[in-house]
Design a protein around this ligand. Structure first.
Ligand code: GTP
Ligand code: MG
Length: 445
């Protein structure tokens, strides 16, 4: 499902997230790649252009390029754009309360999945929303259509209304509404007939059905595999039928994604559900934000950005981060951290300054006593020694141990730990796994 575009975009996102700083050029390059990926996925050209322009405008703003983690901010912008492309908020069905009859009309081209979707949706409403559905066989064009709905209804445990004595769908719908009322069923789902192409016959029939059914929801069932064509179909149906939403069927097949990504922008109509298989349970409510994260392959990246945004002392954090990444972090800086910590009151507050670490480590994990010893050790060093701990041979270590009231063993342990920490910090910018490693090392502080 959307594998190709998802792979492409996750690659781009991964590349960008690894960067410690970004420039307008980086943004432009990444956006160009995204543009190609979207076009390949059969997304409407105008939609792509708008996406690209918005993203560039937002991502090259001063505030982003100078922020704590510009790369991650960029990723967030792309994600948010994608969410808005997919329709922002989830749009649920707008049905009446359980005591009043609601009607859902399903329309679409031949073979798009109307009949299957009607049954799936009825099953969903029954099991998830506690509604009492009635399926209505109003496709009187295709001979086997009534049988098909009856079979599906049986599978799903949903009653099906049929009337084999007429060829007039309007009559069938009228009868069904009456039947639902007398049986106390609150949700009537009408399956209609399809055509190979949109033609006047079909539209005229649907308009008549719509009039008697007076539906709360008019849903187009569109085949996601047909890409931009599905979007065109939606536009045309909407002009005549005033759709309330779209269900994209066959989303499980190797769709290129164009339909999902263009539909809302082009038609203004929300995708309410997606069909993800042939079985009754293969219908999912459509959530724009979840879909965007799925397409961009980015669960973790996002929460990281949100955390980074909470960091209150941006300038300091930036400087620290730079040092960590370039491995120019010295014992002097290490000491500086201790002292700043004292100034701020707690270890916790220092940790919170480091983007990405916030909330992941607690004060209980830290041995304050050991920290006091380490501070004393560093204070016993000369400035030169603090800036370059490699010059610390055995005689110097001995002197420092004496000066700080500790032992040579403790001095050596600190130096080893510090070395290891620097290595980890350097790797940290490249790989998330190492961030966790550093966390555990900090924990041993
Ligand atoms: N893989 C997959 N197949 C689906 C999905 N929805 C429907 N199908 C299949 O698509 C085919 C056509 O589905 P129908 O529900 O008969 O489509 P229809 O729009 O009612 O077709 P007509 O009544 O002939 O216009 C069937 O084989 C379904 O099993 C889906 O979400 N995923
Ligand atoms: Mg059908």
């Amino acid at each position: 499902m959307l594998d190709r575009i998802s792979n492409k975009l996750s690659d781009i996102v991964r590349q960008v997230s690894g960067k410690s700083s970004i420039t307008e050029k980086n943004v432009q390059d990444a956006v160009d790649e995204i543009k190609v990926a979207l076009l390949e996925a059969d997304v409407n050209l105008r939609v792509v252009r708008r996406f690209v322009n918005h993203t560039i405008r937002e991502a090259t703003g001063e505030a982003v390029l100078r922020s704590v983690s510009p790369a991650q901010q960029f990723v967030k912008i792309v994600h948010d754009r994608m969410v808005s492309l997919l329709g922002d908020e989830r749009q649920d069905l707008e049905l009446k309360g359980p005591d009043t009859q609601s009607v859902i009309l399903l329309a679409g081209l031949q073979g798009s999945g109307k009949t299957t979707t009607a049954a799936k949706l009825a099953a969903h409403l029954k099991s998830r929303e506690n509604r009492t559905p009635l399926l209505v066989a109003a496709d009187l064009v295709r001979p086997a259509a009534i049988d098909q709905l009856e079979v599906l209804g049986e599978q799903a445990g949903i009653p099906v209304y049929t009337d084999r004595s007429t060829k007039d769908p309007v009559r069938v719908v009228k009868g069904a509404l009456k039947e639902a009322k007398s049986r106390g069923l609150n949700t009537v789902l009408v399956d209609t007939s399809g055509r190979l192409q949109i033609d006047e016959d079909l539209m005229a029939e649907l308009e008549k059905v719509r009039k008697v059914a007076d539906p709360q929801e008019v849903l187009l069932v569109a085949d996601a595999m047909t890409g931009q064509n599905a979007v065109e179909v939606a536009k045309t149906f909407d002009e005549r039928m005033d759709l309330s939403g779209v269900i994209l069927s066959k989303f499980d097949s190797d769709t290129r994604g164009g339909a999902a990504l263009s539909l809302k922008s082009v038609t203004g109509k929300p995708i309410k559900f997606i069909g993800v298989g042939e079985k009754m349970e293969d219908l999912e409510p459509f959530y724009p934000d979840r879909m965007a994260s799925r397409i961009l392959g980015m669960g973790d990246a996002l929460s990281l950005v949100e955390k980074a945004q909470e960091t209150y002392d941006e300038e300091e954090a930036v400087a620290l981060q730079k040092k960590m990444r370039s491995a120019t972090f010295t014992l002097e800086d290490y000491l500086d951290q201790f002292q700043r910590m004292r100034k701020m009151g707690s270890v916790q507050s220092m940790l919170e300054m480091i983007p990405g670490l916030k909330g992941q480590i607690s004060e209980d994990d830290i041995d304050e006593n050991q920290m006091k010893h380490e501070e004393a050790i560093i204070l016993s060093m000369t400035l030169e020694e603090r800036k370059n701990h490699r010059i610390l041979g055995p005689p110097r270590r001995k002197r420092i141990a004496r000066g700080s009231g500790t032992s040579v063993y403790e001095v050596t342990r600190l130096l080893k730990k510090f070395d290891k920490m620097r290595q980890t910090m350097k790797k940290m910018s490249k790989n998330k796994k190492y961030q966790n490693q550093m966390l555990s090392q900090l924990g041993g502080m």
